[in-house]
Design a binder for this molecule. Structure first.
Ligand code: IPE
Ligand code: MG
Length: 225
């Protein structure tokens, strides 16, 4: 979800106005995902690198996140959504951590859309925390290093309960991954658009899905999948 500040800039508005418009776009995307019966939607809300931003902006982003969580959680629950926050949440205030855990617990048994919010998330962090889990198992004598393979690490990275990611959509006209789900997107299709995230709408989402369905996915083989 990229382009919130540029969106605000072009309107002569404060950054936070762009982030709030970004939240509206996220709400639209979730509704779209429900209507299209997608299994999972993962939104990259705050990266492990976003701490480099001005402290005022970080503070207002955290407030917006807390506020949105409190405000939306009951609607998400009513819509049968399973909410998961992926990322290193230890860096957040104790209150926000508690809110996150309560929200996840409340919606844990829902079986509609799985909505993952990546917050203080980095793809490299994800792989490292998975490797640490494996190292601990080795240390305890529960795992032989020779047994470490793709499957064992797969079980330790975020979203391991879900199917591999099919499609990554990046808005805001940048053509890079920026430390998003690195392990999980090994064979994902990529869709880039210049549209700034606050302008993201059903039409662009649909266009991304249509493009996706036309791609030939071979997963390394010659024959189409
Ligand atoms: C994405 O929009 C939102 C967050 C990273 C929180 P940006 O804030 O990166 O907006 P631009 O890319 O500077 O316009
Ligand atoms: Mg950006």
């Amino acid at each position: 979800m990229d382009g919130n500040r540029r969106w605000a800039n072009t309107r002569g508005k404060l950054r936070i106005v762009g982030h709030k418009a970004g939240l509206d776009a996220a709400r639209r995307a979730v509704n779209f995902a429900i209507n299209y019966k997608l299994d999972a939607l993962t939104l990259y809300a705050f990266s492990s690198e976003n701490w480099k931003r001005p402290s005022g902006e970080i503070k207002s982003l955290m407030q917006l996140f807390s506020h949105a969580l409190n405000k939306e959680i009951h609607t998400l629950h009513k819509n049968n959504i399973k909410l998961r926050i992926i990322g290193d949440i230890n860096k957040f205030t104790v209150e926000l951590q508690k809110n996150i855990k309560n929200s996840e617990q409340l919606t844990a048994k829902n079986n509609g859309l799985t909505l993952n919010i990546a917050a203080n998330y980095g793809g490299r962090w994800d792989i490292i925390q998975g490797v640490k889990q494996l190292a601990t198992q080795v240390q305890k004598g529960m795992l032989n290093p020779n047994q470490i393979n793709e499957d064992t690490l797969c079980k330790c990275v975020c979203m391991n309960e879900l199917a591999p990611v099919d499609l990554v959509i990046r808005t805001g006209g940048e053509y890079r991954i920026s430390n998003f789900l690195l392990w999980q997107i090994a064979y994902a299709e990529l869709f880039f658009t210049d549209v700034l995230w606050p302008d993201f709408n059903d039409m662009i989402f649909k266009n991304a899905l249509n493009t996706f369905t036309k791609r030939e996915r071979r997963f390394g083989s010659n024959a189409s999948a």
